[in-house]
Design a protein around this ligand. Structure first.
Ligand code: NAD
Length: 369
């Protein structure tokens, strides 16, 4: 039986509650003889600050670098509002992303048929939706220099952010998108603003070349980022994989997220470059939601985003496609039976808690195997 090392970083607030439910799924996959998971657990965010005075220790970082996959819960909360800036809870996540060089952020937007009525769009627009946004995560306008606010001679202020991309940065994110499209519906939409931005011109040029020379079997289309946002709410099912820079990806992935309903349902993955020797990528998997201080400790959190993130780890870090499909199917089956946590329950429906939802998913896994 294949064996994998996972580092679990539950973090703060509802992080530990939803992370606990993943442990049930890994235990099940082990007992069913599908794969064995050696899971280590460490602190991150406010929890790490309380214990060690930093948002993540060097020791935890070393474990993250060595793991087959890192599963991250959520960090932050009012308790740490006044900690020094360098030790704020988010610094733990930022260090993980930076030190592991996680340049590709994957955000699937999947609409489970059972939840189609929970979307703000009409059922026929979202039912069966399955798209993937691939966002460049370590470059672009959030990091480009100069980045400053200066005071001009006349006393007025001038703020500058710099959008900057190199060929290499665009090539590597484009390859992630094309590789993913290969095992999906073989279509990539590249989104930028080449009509008004020089970085968009280079982006389009490089993605086109990578597509033509390395992935001739994948259909490639280009949508201006504003038009892409509009199309996402008009007819999202036209898309398969959308690839975009850091800024547009930030916005388009949030738009796509809301097509599918609650924050408690949304998984994500962040991937690094493949290792030259092993071909393995460093990877971190996390729900899109935060630590939800308003419901933390109450057993109300929806664990599906966290369990869905683990399913992404099975798919992209462990190469266990069937096991990943199995977990996704178990989630869909549970939803189809009408079991709901509070965030996805229609009015009048009795909601279950975090552990009950986790148990229901494990029971569905048992039925499916
Ligand atoms: P949030 O995602 O924590 O919560 C937003 C709303 O969604 C809340 O009402 C919450 O109860 C609900 N919600 C979120 N996840 C849920 C789940 N799994 N099940 C049911 N309901 C869920 O965002 P926020 O309130 O803006 O931020 C709270 C804290 O989390 C802040 O400290 C913020 O900095 C931090 N945060 C962390 C991350 C991260 O760790 N990656 C991401 C976003 C926010």
């Amino acid at each position: 039986m294949a064996s994998f090392n996972l580092l679990l970083l539950p973090g703060d607030g509802i992080g530990p509650e939803v992370a606990n439910e993943v442990k049930k799924v890994t235990a099940f996959l082990g007992s069913a003889g599908i794969a064995k998971f050696e899971t280590e657990t460490d602190l991150v965010g406010g929890a790490a600050f309380d214990a060690h005075g930093v948002a993540i220790t060097d020791d935890a970082m070393a474990r993250a670098q060595a793991a087959d996959a890192v599963l991250f819960g959520a960090v932050g909360g009012p308790k740490w509002a006044d900690v020094p800036y360098h030790a704020r809870p988010e610094a733990g996540l930022l260090r993980l992303r930076k030190d592991m060089q996680l340049f590709a952020n994957l955000r699937p937007a999947v609409c489970y048929p059972a939840l189609a009525d929970a979307s703000s769009l009409k059922r026929e627009i979202v039912e069966g939706l399955d798209i993937l946004i691939v966002r460049e995560l370590t470059g672009g306008v959030y990091f480009g220099e100069p980045k400053e606010i200066v005071t001009l001679e006349n006393g007025e202020k001038r703020a500058v952010d710099t959008q900057v991309y190199t060929t290499h940065e665009i090539e590597r994110i484009a390859r992630v998108a094309f590789d993913l499209a290969k095992v999906r519906r073989k279509k990539v939409t590249s989104s930028e603003k080449h009509n008004v931005m020089r970085s968009g011109v280079l982006w389009k040029e490089v993605v086109t070349r990578v597509g033509k020379t390395e992935y001739p079997d994948i259909e490639l289309e280009h949508h201006l980022a504003d038009a892409c946002g509009m199309q996402l709410v008009r007819w999202p099912k036209q898309y398969d994989v959308i690839v975009c820079d850091n800024l547009f990806g930030d916005m388009l992935s949030d738009v796509a997220a809301m097509l599918t309903g609650s924050l408690g349902m949304l998984p994500s993955a962040s991937l690094g470059a493949p290792d030259a020797k092993t071909g393995k990528r460093k990877a971190l998997y996390e729900p899109v939601h935060g630590s939800a201080p308003d419901i933390a400790g109450k057993g109300l959190a929806n664990p599906i985003a966290m369990i869905g993130s683990f399913a992404m780890a099975l798919r992209y870090s462990c190469g266990l496609t069937e096991a990943a499909d199995l977990v996704d199917k178990a989630i869909a089956d549970v939803l189809a039976t009408g079991i709901r946590t509070r965030d996805i329950a229609p009015k009048g429906v009795n909601a279950v808690g975090t552990t009950e939802m986790g148990d229901a998913i494990v029971s569905a896994l048992k039925r499916l195997t």
